[in-house]
Design a protein around this ligand. Sequence first.
Ligand SMILES: Cc1cc2nc3c(=O)[nH]c(=O)nc-3n(C[C@H](O)[C@H](O)[C@H](O)COP(=O)(O)O)c2cc1C
Length: 183
Amino acid sequence: MSALLIPKKAFPLEYYPMPSDKKWAVLYATWCGSTRDAALWISEGMDGIANVFDVRENPDLSGYEHIVIGGAIRAGVTSQLLHEYLEKNKDMLKSKIRGYFAVCGNMMQPVGPEQTAAFIENHLARICGVSNVLSKVFLGRITFGLMEPDVRKQMQSFPGMKDYDNLKRPECMAFGKEVLATV
Ligand SMILES: Cc1cc2nc3c(=O)[nH]c(=O)nc-3n(C[C@H](O)[C@H](O)[C@H](O)COP(=O)(O)O)c2cc1C
């Protein structure tokens, strides 16, 4: 009986509410998940037509025509895995990049041109070798319970550091809508 419940082939579950022939993808790198939520909400702003990928899946994005790339910020940069993926797939991605985003803490202060320069213009756009596309830096979250133990200890030792949630779904959705309108 229990054998009947075991599927013959396991498929990765895709969160892809509105399949579309427009072939949009959002690629993200996260440690604690706020950037995953931002990526999903960006897709939701596109009425759900973008497929959303964690860079740890090492996705094959060659079949997509329009790609949005984003990463969480630690120590001023996105993850090493994202750098490696972008370097490795640079030629394939070059003509498809339509937007960048970053998710940061910024000491709970509002973000401005300084963060766009640091995380987008001088970072993601440089790695990809593509600039002049829409970009957005979002404020993210701190959730001590989701951090690696050593990182949690280090973060908790900063005076005034606490759990917070500054990520805003409407901002992410608005960015998705805006990027979609560029094509
Ligand atoms: C170890 C660590 C280092 C961080 N470094 C920075 C930083 O340099 N600049 C910044 O603005 N935010 C920094 N943050 C805040 C994160 O960018 C923020 O929590 C973000 O929401 C994390 O995204 P994630 O949940 O997708 O991993 C740091 C957070 C941690 C845990």
